[in-house]
Design a protein around this ligand. Structure first.
Ligand code: HEM
Length: 214
C-alpha cells in the first residue's frame, strides 16, 4: 500500500499542488520580491550565483532530456567515451550546485543578518534541495551508469505516470538511494509553491550571472 501511495498517488498530488500553488502564488503577490529584498538577495549571494545558475540549468535539462527522450540518451551512450563524458558532466555540475547550496545555507545559518532574508519554509526547502542533490550525486557516483539505467528503468515509470497508467515495477527494484531521490523530488514539488524560491530562482537563473552588484 505504501508503494502504491509513494509511486502512484504522490506524483499526481505533487504535480497538482505545484501548478495550482504556483498559480495562486503568482496571483497573490505575497512572495513577490521587493526592490529592497532583491538588493538583499544580491548582497547575500557571491560566487555561488554561477554554479547555482548553470548547475540548475544543466540538472533540469539533463533530467528532462534523459527522462523524456530516453532513446536519444541510450543511443548517445552507445559510445562508452560519450557516456562517461555525459556522466562526468552531470556529476560535476551536480557537485557545483551542491557546493553553492551548502555555502548559502551555512552563510545564512551563521550570519543572523542574512538569516532575516529567509523564512522557515525557505529553510525547509533548502534542506530538502540539499538532500536531493546529495542523493542524486550519490546515485550518479555509486550506481553507474545512471543516465543509461535511468533511461531504461525510470523513464518508462514517468511516462506511465503521464499516461495515467502508473507502472511501479521498474522503480520498486531501484536502489533505495534512487527511490528516496524520486520521492524527495515529488515532495520538493509540493513544498515549492509555499516558499519564495520562484522569485529567487528567476532572479538567479535569469538575472545577472556575474556575481554580486556591489
Ligand atoms: C527537485 C528535483 C531533483 C533534483 C534537484 C535532482 C538532482 C539530481 C542531481 C544533482 C543528480 C546527480 C547529477 C547527475 O548525474 O545528473 C541527479 C541524478 C539523477 N536523478 Fe535527479 N533530481 C531531481 C529529481 C529527480 C526525479 C524526480 C527523478 C526521477 C523520477 C530523478 C532521476 C535521477 C537519476 C536517474 C539520476 C542519475 C543520473 C546519472 O547517474 O547520470 N531525479 N539528480
Amino acid at each position: 500500500m505504501a508503494q502504491k501511495f509513494l509511486y502512484a498517488w504522490l506524483p499526481y498530488l505533487s504535480i497538482l499542488v505545484f501548478f495550482v500553488g504556483s498559480y495562486f502564488q503568482h496571483k497573490s503577490h505575497v512572495f513577490r520580491l521587493t526592490p529592497e529584498r532583491r538588493r538583499e538577495l544580491r548582497e547575500h549571494l557571491d560566487w555561488e550565483v554561477v554554479p547555482l545558475k548553470y548547475g540548475f540549468l544543466v540538472i533540469l535539462f539533463g533530467h528532462i532530456i534523459a527522462l523524456m527522450i530516453p532513446s536519444a540518451v541510450l543511443s548517445f551512450n552507445g559510445d562508452p567515451l560519450r557516456m562517461v563524458l555525459l556522466e562526468v558532466t552531470g556529476l560535476v555540475f551536480g557537485l557545483g550546485f551542491l557546493t553553492a547550496l551548502l555555502s548559502i545555507f551555512f552563510r545564512r545559518w551563521f550570519n543572523p543578518r542574512v538569516r532575516t532574508v529567509a523564512n522557515s519554509m525557505d529553510m525547509i526547502m533548502e534542506i530538502l534541495l540539499i538532500s536531493q542533490v546529495m542523493l542524486g550525486c550519490w546515485t550518479a557516483a555509486v550506481y553507474r551508469w545512471g543516465s543509461s539505467w535511468g533511461a531504461s528503468n525510470v523513464s518508462p515509470y514517468l511516462w506511465s505516470i503521464l499516461k495515467f497508467q502508473p507502472h511501479l515495477d521498474s522503480v520498486q527494484v531501484l536502489p533505495h538511494v534512487m527511490q528516496l531521490h524520486i520521492i524527495t523530488g515529488f515532495i520538493i514539488l509540493i513544498v515549492f509553491p509555499f516558499t519564495r524560491f520562484w522569485p529567487q530562482l528567476l532572479l538567479i537563473v535569469f538575472g545577472k550571472s556575474s556575481g554580486p552588484s556591489r
